[in-house]
Structures are given as C-alpha cells and as structure tokens.
Design a protein around this ligand. Structure first.
Ligand SMILES: Cc1cc2nc3c(=O)[nH]c(=O)nc-3n(C[C@H](O)[C@H](O)[C@H](O)COP(=O)(O)O)c2cc1C
Length: 364
C-alpha cells in the first residue's frame, strides 16, 4: 500500500516535470481578462505595499505555492526547497496529500521538513475529500496538521482525477457533510480546494454554508490531472478515458468570478497562473490569495535559490502590474476597472453574472 502510494507520488513529480501535463485546448480565461492601463498612475512604484492579511496571517505578498508533494526522498527535497524560499519571502505553501504519512509514520519527515525549513511561513496541510468518505475523520486531519504544525488545512476535491484512473475512488457520497464536520471541529481554517477542474458558484455557496473558511478554486487551464493520469497509465486501452477529460473543468478566471460572487470567505485563485499579471488579474477579480504549483515544481527540483528566484519574479511582476493600474495596496486591486471579454464574458453572462460591473469600477 505505502509502496503503491510512493510510486504514485514519484510518478506525479516525474510526469509533471517530463511531460507537458498541462491543459491543451482549454485556457484559464485570464487571456480574456484585461486590466486597464493607467497612463497617469499618480503613485510611486517604490511605495507600493504588497502585504496582505488573510486567515489572520500577514503575507508579504498575496502569493502561495500550491500543494504538491511528500512521501518520497525527492519530495522531501522539493518541500524543503519550497519551504526555504517561502520562509525567506514571507509567503505560504501547501504540502501534498498527507494520506501516506498518516498511515506510515516513516513518511512524516517528508512533510515535516516544511515546518523545519519554514518556522514562520503560512503552512497548509492537505488531505483528500474522498478520504473523508472512506473513513478519515477529525483525528486523521488533526494528525496531518500536527505533522507540519499547520496554520490551515486544505481538503482537496479531485473527482475528475479519481474518475479517470483505474484505481480511483469514485464514491463521493456524503463528502460535503464530512467536510462540514471537520470545519466545525477544528480551530484553524479549513480550506476546500479543487485540483484543476474548478468550483462553481453553487458548490462554493454550499461549502461556505457547511462552515469552510476558504475556497481555492483550482480551476482549469493549468496542470491537468487527466493528463497526469494519461501518462501514468501504461496500457494504451486505459488511456482513452484520461485523454477524453484532458481539458475538463471550469476555467480558473470563470471559477474565480463564480466563487467570489457567491461567498464571503477568502477565495484563492489557482490553476494555470503563470505570471505576475495573472496574479494581478486574479486579485482584481477579488481573489484574496493567488497560488501557483507547476512552475514552482520546476524551480524546486533545482533548489531553494531557484525557487526563491521564481517566486520573486512573480512578486516583481505583480508590483509592476499594480503600478500600471495605479494600485498602491493589494486591496486597491479589487477596485480597479477590469474588462472581461471573449468566451469568459459569454460564459459568465450566460450564468447570470454581470461583467459590466467590473468594467465600470472606479468610474466617476
Ligand atoms: C506534481 C503535483 C502534485 C500535486 N499534488 C497535489 C496534492 O497532493 N494535493 C492537492 O490538493 N493538490 C495537488 N496538486 C494540485 C496543485 O495544488 C494545483 O491545484 C494544480 O496543480 C493547479 O495549479 P498549477 O496549474 O499552477 O499547477 C498537485 C500538483 C502537481 C503539479
């Protein structure tokens, strides 16, 4: 069992590094989201403040690294490198699913390294929603959190991934009630995150009503777990299902508007964010934090310095975008006019969201 999980985790890393396990035809929708350039920014770039407080924690910039790994030696190095970088930059990170280490204490160190290398950063524990349906409860979630002295826990939803893999667990009956039980029992924030297929307004509302304190939309347009499963399945005849769902899901920008319009709890943007301008657009669409996984994985295998460099580039790009729209503080981004065009506007309008509201912001 543990060996199987170990192999799966190693496969995920290898595939995400070697293959292009990214959305093919599908895009995030951020290409349809336009920030309006301000020829008269009337602010001093040097005075821009990127810090923000979310979940009671002060981040130096609204950027976190998405949950990725644990359970193997390589994963220990990756988690360590990311942790060192986020500690230095005062950001946050998630660790990968901790299921393996809950069942096998030998593996605890592959996750615990994150807290060791990042005594002060915001750390998010990780457990699968489907595990809650299959027997995990408050005890196991607390164990995962204690492992990394977590500031929050993310319960991940990955129905699509489970549905395209031969060994997938596809019974999600009662998952919302179980999530609610966990949210009520813990005194730290419970965040529910998708893993590349997005969250619609209806589910966001249900999750908030169940008591979750944060939603990470994990939208479509970046890493595709159908693609990962496609490369994992050795047998050609098993690949058809994964290939058919390669681009499945709600694009990130759309999911972000749906979720932020539906709930009051902090919403995290993730899924295919690849530049500081993507981060700026996400924040302008009312995300509280923006999260990135795949590009950081590529840097983390090269070490902490490279990881820090990648994250610093995102921070500087975000600062530039803020300068060019005249946003002095992070909260100002949620007030700047945003033009939503193309298929993203069409989708949102059809779903009953008024895209003009974003364009008219700040107009006198
Ligand atoms: C190698 C790899 C492993 C991942 N493992 C997990 C996981 O264990 N738990 C989880 O919640 N998300 C996991 N994710 C999903 C990411 O947290 C994120 O939601 C997704 O990759 C979209 O972000 P991206 O497009 O920036 O990569 C993983 C992603 C990658 C690339």
């Amino acid at each position: 069992m543990a060996e199987e999980t170990k192999k799966r985790k190693a496969d995920h890393i290898r595939i995400c590094l070697e293959h292009k396990a990214q959305a093919r035809e599908a895009t995030t929708g951020f290409e349809d989201v336009h920030l309006i350039h301000k020829a008269l920014p009337e602010i001093d770039r040097a005075k821009i403040d990127l810090s923000t407080t979310v979940f009671g924690y002060k981040f130096s910039a609204p950027i976190i690294v998405g949950a990725m790994t644990g359970g193997t030696e390589e994963a220990t190095r990756i988690n360590g490198a990311i942790a060192e970088a986020v500690e230095k930059l005062h950001l946050g990170m998630g660790v990968g699913s901790q299921r393996a280490a809950i069942d096998d204490k030998e593996l605890v160190k592959t996750f615990a390294v994150a807290r060791k290398k990042a005594p002060n950063a915001f750390l998010i524990a990780n457990i699968g929603g489907v595990q809650l349906v299959h027997g995990y409860g408050v005890k196991e979630v607390k164990k995962a959190m204690e492992m990394i002295e977590a500031d929050a826990v993310a319960i991940h939803l990955n129905a699509m991934q489970e549905a395209v893999q031969p060994e997938g667990q596809t019974n999600f009956e009662g998952v919302l009630v179980k999530i609610g039980d966990i949210a009520r029992a813990l005194d730290k924030p419970v965040i529910v995150k998708e893993t590349g297929a997005g969250v619609a307004a209806e589910e966001a509302r249900e999750l908030e009503a169940a008591g979750v304190q944060g939603i990470d939309v994990g939208g479509c347009g970046g890493t595709s777990f159908a693609a990962v499963e496609y490369y994992r399945s050795e047998k050609e005849e098993k690949r058809f299902l994964a290939e058919a769902f390669w681009d499945w899901g709600i694009p990130t920008a759309i999911s972000l508007v749906e979720a932020t319009r539906a709930v009051r709890v902090p919403v995290i943007a993730s899924g295919g964010l690849r530049s500081g301008t993507d981060f700026a657009k996400a924040l302008a669409l009312n995300a509280s934090l923006a999260s990135v996984a795949q590009p950081v994985l590529e840097a983390a295998v090269k070490g902490a310095k490279e990881t820090e460099k990648t994250l610093s580039c995102f921070v500087e790009e975000l600062r530039n975008a803020m300068f060019l729209v005249g946003a002095k503080e992070i909260r100002d981004l949620a007030k700047v006019p945003v033009l939503i065009a193309g298929k993203t506007a069409e989708w949102l309008t059809t779903r009953g969201f008024k895209v003009e509201t974003y364009a008219k912001r700040g107009a006198s």
